[in-house]
Design a protein around this ligand. Structure first.
Ligand code: NAG
Ligand code: NAG
Ligand code: NAG
Ligand code: NAG
Ligand code: NAG
Ligand code: NAG
Ligand code: NAG
Ligand code: NAG
Ligand code: NAG
Ligand code: NAG
Ligand code: NAG
Ligand code: NAG
Ligand code: CU
Length: 599
């Protein structure tokens, strides 16, 4: 810890140049929607030359002035070349998978209504995919990017064009590989969708940007998997070595055991966020990590939560914000303190880890909020951590009933109710695996979509609603086949001693109720509060607790529902919903999608 002072801080001007400041002191905020934002170009400071593989995080600034949220729908083209490089995001040299040569992934920024074309060229020696987390993919389930479910992964050396439109949604999303634990090795980035409705919220902030958080390991994720799944190692997930903000953080090279064989450069960096006094900043937080939950906080600054996943909510003031894997929150930071430097903290919640990792400094994952465009470490006494709050010992979400959607929606009455339970157990092949209602998921060589569509077309409706895949001859696939347009309740009960962030593909769900105690009280079912419950796409199911979600089954396809902890996905904690057979029976999968299976 004493070596923190020698860390070289990246001079990246995340915000606007100081030159625009003159005269702004007189400005009243919120007087109209756009004029309070000074026109400027984010400055990138290269006083310390950065390696070419490090993405300049000023790319994550969402310039408000030059982007037209009312623009007519257009086609947005992105070319992603995926390769493997040697890099050292926190100083420790390792192999990384990178997009267009840089870590972390580039920003995808579009408007609702746009067509998105991402031409992915896989120049790795292994297959990969991209999943567009939170996107409905209504009518294009085969673009969902879920290996073994909606596509065969893109083979080494091949290209594939993701081609989809973005309809009926806007907000903060992200994308990541959905092949094994691979995204943890660098295949992830932010995806922002704008819409005209955003204008009504812009009176609350002057600047907008993504803050990308991820837990981080010093070796390839695949190298940890075998030991993790081995019997005798139950519930003992690999503990991260560090956490990153905008793909960087300090690491103390001297904490490494030399016999581990790592090369560590003592020139690691911290993300710097320059702010102007009395300007208000929307930070779109994304937990793009694989395992750990972050507690995000900024010394001396209260945060106002205005978005959860992609749902805009009534402002909720917090001092610290817990964000689980795959969740997103937007917070507004008002730079209304003295013109000093303050710590931005993304503390990894070690209570969620079974063991401790001696090299992990969970409280040392920090960036610098600077009012003076200056990279020096904040001074204690000036920059003060928020006091008096217990660490999140249960690894639970921010209480969802405190988050009230700004766009009021009544949850419809449910037509169907499913109860699911999951646990970890040592069964097949003496491996410790996860089971949802008795089935552990293995990635199928033939995507389930590729099996189901022809079967439906042939009128071969041998599926059922009690957990089905056997009718298709599929093993290790737990699939619930849903009636068209039904409103579906899913009660998920956790028989495991840790909490799990579950994500439903292709939908937002209403969070009807949740609890950290084991059993749902069915006598409360008829009195659930249906008035404007939070809608989101990822939610924690508490340790030995349960969560009740509700969604409308109106989107055709095979939709994964799974724990987003990469280790748990690898352990099989995934099931699928089969939706809208009435539409799927008429589908023909595009040739290029089917062609991915011909290797
Ligand atoms: C870059 O950093 C140097 C050294 O701290 C500073 O003098 C200079 O003003 C900075 N430039 C910009 C554009 O921020
Ligand atoms: C960090 O140190 C390594 C090894 O000396 C060097 O190659 C690299 O250029 C340095 N990076 C920065 C940003 O100073
Ligand atoms: C995608 O990129 C590859 C590699 O540059 C190229 O060969 C291919 O034609 C591109 N595909 C499309 C649809 O543009
Ligand atoms: C990656 O690209 C390089 C240069 O274009 C090429 O030589 C190499 O074969 C590619 N590797 C794979 C696995 O596609
Ligand atoms: C993208 O998909 C649309 C709809 O299927 C199709 O019309 C269009 O030609 C596709 N674009 C490309 C570049 O393949
Ligand atoms: C990374 O993992 C591989 C495979 O387990 C191992 O051979 C290698 O030594 C590890 N690298 C380091 C630096 O420990
Ligand atoms: C930050 O907060 C601490 C604790 O309330 C306070 O002592 C300190 O003066 C504050 N810093 C500034 C610059 O106001
Ligand atoms: C969540 O907030 C609601 C409303 O304030 C409160 O009734 C409830 O007890 C809280 N739940 C937890 C687990 O703190
Ligand atoms: C899942 O298993 C539980 C416990 O056996 C059972 O109560 C529930 O009905 C099952 N769910 C479905 C959809 O079959
Ligand atoms: C329906 O699901 C049950 C439970 O998994 C299974 O035993 C049965 O074989 C399935 N029926 C068909 C036709 O797939
Ligand atoms: C139901 O939820 C709404 C929206 O959060 C809230 O305003 C209302 O007080 C809740 N009603 C009850 C009975 O808890
Ligand atoms: C998906 O499209 C269907 C029509 O095919 C429509 O009924 C449904 O509301 C849409 N759902 C979403 C989430 O966009
Ligand atoms: Cu999990």
């Amino acid at each position: 810890m004493l070596l923190i002072g020698i860390s070289v801080v990246l001079f990246i001007a995340i915000s606007v140049g100081l030159g625009a400041g003159l005269g702004l002191g007189l400005k009243h905020h919120g007087d109209n929607l756009t004029s309070s934002t000074p026109t400027s170009t984010p400055a990138s400071n290269t006083s310390s030359p950065q390696p070419s593989w490090r993405r300049d995080s000023s790319e994550y600034i969402l310039d408000i002035d030059t982007w037209d949220i009312n623009a007519a729908p257009t086609t947005r083209n992105f070319d992603f070349t995926i390769s493997e490089i040697q890099g050292y995001p926190d100083g420790v040299l390792r192999s990384l998978y990178v997009i267009n040569g840089q870590y972390p992934g580039p920003l995808i920024r579009v408007n609702r209504g746009d067509r998105v074309l991402v031409n992915v060229t896989n120049n790795l020696s292994v297959p990969m995919t991209f999943h567009w987390h939170g996107l409905y993919q209504n009518g294009t389930n085969w673009m969902d990017g879920t290996a073994g479910i909606t596509q065969c992964p893109i083979p080494a050396g091949r290209s594939f064009l993701y081609n989809f439109t973005v309809e009926m949604q806007y907000g903060t999303y992200w994308y990541h590989s959905h092949y094994k634990t691979q995204y943890m090795d660098g295949l992830f980035g932010p995806l922002i969708i704008h819409a005209p409705e955003e204008a009504q919220f812009r009176s609350m902030y002057d600047h907008d940007q993504v803050v990308l958080l991820n837990d981080y390991y010093h070796n390839m994720s695949s190298t940890y998997v075998d030991a993790y799944l081995a019997p005798g190692n139950e519930n003992n997930e690999p503990v991260p070595d560090n956490g990153l903000i905008q793909g960087m953080n300090y690491f103390d090279c001297s904490s490494l055991d030399p016999s581990d064989g790592y090369t560590c450069y003592a020139n690691s960096t911290r993300a710097q966020f320059n702010v102007q006094q009395n300007q208000r900043y929307r930070f779109r937080l994304v937990n793009a990590g694989g395992f750990g939950m972050f507690q995000f906080a900024v010394d001396n600054h209260t945060l106002s939560v205005i978005e959860a996943d992609s749902t805009m909510v009534e402002p909720l003031n917090v001092n610290r914000l817990d964000i689980a894997v795959a969740e997103r929150y937007s917070v507004i930071l008002n730079a209304n303190q003295s013109a000093e430097n303050y710590w931005i903290r993304a503390t990894l919640d070690t209570y969620c880890f079974t063991t401790s990792n001696p090299v992990l400094d969970s409280a040392g994952i920090k960036g610098i909020l600077s009012y003076t465009n200056n990279a020096s470490d904040p001074v204690s006494g000036i920059s003060a951590e928020w006091p008096g709050e217990d660490p999140n010992v249960l690894c639970v979400d921010l209480n969802t009933t405190l988050l009230v959607p700004a766009d009021v929606q009544q949850a419809p009455k449910a037509d169907l109710f499913f109860s699911l339970q999951f646990s970890f157990a040592i069964r097949e092949n003496a491996l410790d695996r996860a089971y949802i209602n008795g089935t552990t998921w293995f990635q199928s060589d033939v995507p389930t979509l590729n099996t189901v569509v022809p079967a439906l077309r042939a009128g071969n409706a041998t599926f059922n609603q009690t957990g089905v895949a056997s009718g298709y001859g599929l093993s290790n696939q737990y699939i619930l086949d849903l009636p068209d347009y039904a409103v579906v309740d899913v009660l998920v009960t956790n028989y495991d001693d840790s909490s799990h962030p579950f994500h439903l593909h292709g939908h937002q769900f209403w969070v009807m109720a949740s609890s950290a105690s084991q059993y749902f009280d069915y006598s409360t079912y008829d009195s659930l509060n249906t008035t404007n419950p939070l809608r989101r796409d990822t939610i924690i199911v508490d340790s030995y607790g349960w969560t009740l979600i509700r969604f409308v089954n109106d989107n055709p396809g095979m939709w994964a529902f799974h724990c987003h902890i990469a280790w748990h996905l690898e352990a099989g904690l995934l099931m699928q919903f089969q939706s809208r057979n009435d539409i799927m029976k008429d589908w023909t999968l595009p040739d290029d999608v089917q062609g991915l299976c011909n290797i």
